[in-house]
Design a protein. Structure first.
Lengths: 492, 127
């Protein structure tokens, strides 16, 4: 039974170009109160054009309706649960927006002299300190613009340290359950990638690791908890194995939402890690960003952090550009400042106990979903999970229904799909992460939808294989779209 | 299902060789796992390839996967049909949808690959 949603009229909408009608406009300018300037004379006739071909011309109300109608076609965290595993699609508290819109922060300019930017610099210093405390690391750079950018920064830091020690080494080890960005990062940083298979229980195989780590290994990149949502309980031994051979331990912080306030990577042997502020720290996520992927390091890597660094001189904050061993800038200016403000607002609004509660709730929600769904969906790894849970479509596939079909049917029930076919070590994966955002009512509706779909597959698999049925657009032909892509709109 | 005269890799490629003339493709199991193939990226004729190194890639609606060369040698010909009709990799992976022809530089490498029976046992176990 579909309980959460009812059919709802939504309006068709032409492209804004198709709505255009010459001469319409959505603005009114006041009379000129200065002498008019002839643009052709001022700029040169070659640089002036009378019109922009194809530029849409519509009225104000048409512009408002156009974008409002389009917005009603979306699914968003503000409508309901967004259980996209490993993405930590949590609610973005409105207080973050209020703080980020504070005039002095919203209108700050990166070229403002330091003497006039002390408040903004204090915000950044406070966030660096908070993230260092949360991760148990010694220093933080806020420059990287997103998670993968943070990864690359982190591996370049490791390379810089190893080069200084005389040998950058050749390889980065990456478990087969890793995010795809990890091997891409290693390759871009000039390292060969060596995959290491997970143990039968889906975690790092420490005895295998001990065999593999040699003088060619620069680092191990590990996500903890891993992409199965399982805590890497041998992480301390793994760190010891690496450190004995002069290699480093990199942690992908994608799943930090399971650890904040409970466990600190710096305490279990991690040398460098990144955080995704747009995941764990509730800044807007998706829609093209911007994101932020700060990197936290142990002391030994601190000299290599991107310049400039914040420096306290007396009572003032200053930028220290004189960083001889720095790997250099990785981003224009100082990072995505507006995102940093939101993350600090989130951290301070929660406080230490609040952050810990959020983590506990995130884990509780995922464990509750697992317990209620494991009778209906195959659970390939049975270790205790933390903030996310990974099922497989093993049972449903026997009736010809796969994870992608179940995800599409979930749309009919009023939910955004879970993550499909990832992690790669689970065949036909359904990866579900509810986050602490959801209360029991919403989670129960999700669970009931998943159970209902499992029952539909038993009685009418075709219904699920052809889903979604209640959406504006029925199932999209992804194959033809990929084989014969039409990438440009052309006027009829 | 899996031709007796082919040799197979753990990464799901096949090679059929007569003397030092080989033909390379991906297995039926590989195309099933990938789903609908939408694009195939192949090296130029004349390229020298080492065993186990990437020969190109196959893109499906689900993923892009590297194809690893089962043997070392020089690429002598690539299958031009795949550029226009990548979907034949789904319908005829062991026949019309071969990827490249190769002049083997070390035919002894073939002995290290799996037979059809071994490969079938391997994918049975992998499932």
């Amino acid at each position: 039974m579909i309980n959460k949603v009812r059919p709802h009229l939504s309006q068709n909408e032409l492209l804004v170009f198709e709505r255009s009608s010459p001469g319409k406009k959505a603005y009114q300018l006041p009379e000129l109160d200065v002498p008019a300037v002839d643009a052709a004379e001022a700029l040169g006739a070659a640089n002036v054009r009378a019109e922009i071909e194809g530029f849409p011309e519509i009225s104000e109300v048409e512009a408002i309706r156009h974008f409002t109608r389009l917005s009603t076609w979306n699914y968003a965290i503000d409508y309901g649960m967004y259980p996209l595993g490993s993405c930590t699609m949590k609610y973005n508290p409105r207080i973050n927006e209020v703080v980020a819109r504070t005039e002095a922060l919203a209108w700050a300019h990166p070229y403002q002299p330091a003497a006039l930017a002390q408040g903004s610099m204090a915000v950044m210093a406070q966030l660096e300190a908070a993230l260092a405390e949360i991760t148990g690391m010694d220093a933080v750079t806020l420059q990287p613009a997103a998670g993968a950018h943070g990864e690359l920064t982190g591996i370049l830091l490791i390379r810089a340290l190893l080069e200084k020690r005389g040998n950058p080494r050749k390889k980065i080890l990456i478990p087969d359950s890793a995010h795809g960005t990890n091997p891409a990062t290693a390759a871009i940083a000039g390292y060969a990638v060596q995959n290491i298979p997970s143990s039968a229980t889906g975690v790092l195989d420490v005895s295998a690791l001990a065999q593999i780590v040699d003088k060619d290994v620069a680092a191990l990149m590990v996500t903890n908890p891993n992409t199965l949502g399982v805590f890497e309980e041998n992480i301390i031994q793994a760190a010891e194995i690496l450190h004995k051979k002069g290699a480093m331990l990199y942690m992908d912080g994608a799943n930090m939402n399971a650890l904040v306030g409970i466990a600190r990577p710096g305490d279990f042997g991690v040398d460098v890690m990144h955080l995704n502020l747009h995941k764990t720290f509730s800044t807007p996520h998706g829609g093209g960003g911007p994101g932020a992927g700060p990197v936290a390091v142990k002391k030994v890597l601190e000299p290599f952090l991107p310049a400039p660094r914040l420096k306290r001189t007396g009572k003032k904050w200053a930028w220290d550009y004189n960083r001889k061993r720095s790997i250099g800038r990785v981003k224009a200016y100082y990072g995505n400042f507006g995102v940093l403000v939101r993350a600090l607002a989130y951290i301070l609004a929660h406080g230490g106990p609040g952050l810990r509660n959020a983590t506990v709730d995130a884990v509780l929600n995922a464990v509750y979903i697992r317990k209620r769904l494991e009778a209906y969906y195959d659970l390939p790894y049975s270790q205790a999970n933390m903030h996310e849970v990974v099922f497989s479509d093993h049972r449903q596939a026997k009736l010809g229904v796969h994870t992608g079909d179940i995800a599409k049917r979930l749309i009919d029930y009023g939910f955004h799909p879970y993550t499909v076919s990832f992690p790669l070590i689970v065949h036909g994966a359904l990866m579900i992460e509810p986050t602490e955002t959801e209360g029991k009512h919403e989670i129960d509706q999700f669970i009931e939808a998943m159970i209902s779909i499992a029952q539909e597959i038993e009685t009418d698999p075709q219904l699920v294989k052809t889903a979604p049925h209640g959406t504006r657009t029925s199932r999209v032909d992804e194959v033809t779209a990929a084989r014969k892509p039409v990438l440009r709109w052309k006027p009829a | 299902m899996y031709p007796e005269n082919f040799r197979y890799t753990k990464e799901h490629e096949w090679v059929a060789a007569v003397g030092d003339a080989g033909t390379i493709g991906i297995t039926d199991h590989a195309q099933q796992e990938l789903g609908d193939i939408v694009y195939v990226d192949l090296p130029k004729a004349g390229t020298h390839i080492e065993q186990g190194k990437s020969l190109g890639s196959v893109e499906s609606v689900k993923a892009v996967s590297d194809v690893y060369s089962p043997v070392s040698g020089e690429v002598t010909e690539i299958n031009q049909t795949l550029a226009e009709k990548p979907e034949i990799l789904n319908s005829d992976p062991h026949g019309a949808a071969w990827l490249v022809k190769i002049k083997l530089s070390a035919p002894a490498e073939l002995a290290g690959l799996m037979s059809a029976a071994e490969y079938e046992a391997y994918i049975g176990a992998e499932k």
